[in-house]
Write a new protein. Structure first.
Length: 119
């Protein structure tokens, strides 16, 4: 499982007490998020709230996890925009700036929405 699966409650390999405790803690956290936000979030079922939260925060979570990482990500992740293919993300798993100098902060785990059993 990856962090996205855990946050969204989609971890297929749950089964021991530690993971059940984690799931209970996550439910408590998301209930607090639900209670502390606007009426739109209050009406969302818990599983939809978790998906919504992950969609909004996955980029920041990835930055937090990789802030001290060195080296390269294990496969090409950056869109070069030059019709010659992609390159590997260096520098804490971040893609370089685009040719016009704008940040190109793509989130490398682009496969986090692939079903877990296919990864």
């Amino acid at each position: 499982a990856d962090i996205g699966d855990i946050i969204r409650g989609k971890d297929l390999y749950r089964g021991n007490n530690g993971k059940d405790k984690l799931e209970d803690n996550l439910k408590t956290i998301f209930e607090k998020i639900k209670g502390n936000n606007n009426s739109t979030l209050k009406d969302l079922p818990l599983d939809e709230l978790r998906e919504y939260w992950w969609a909004l925060n996955r980029k920041e979570v990835w930055k937090a996890i990789t802030c001290g990482a060195h080296g390269t990500y294990f496969r090409p992740t950056c869109d070069c925009g030059d019709n010659r293919g992609c390159s590997q993300a260096h520098e804490k798993c971040r893609c370089p700036k685009t040719s016009d100098g704008k940040p190109n902060d793509q989130v490398p785990p682009y496969f986090d929405y692939v079903p877990q059993f296919l990864r």
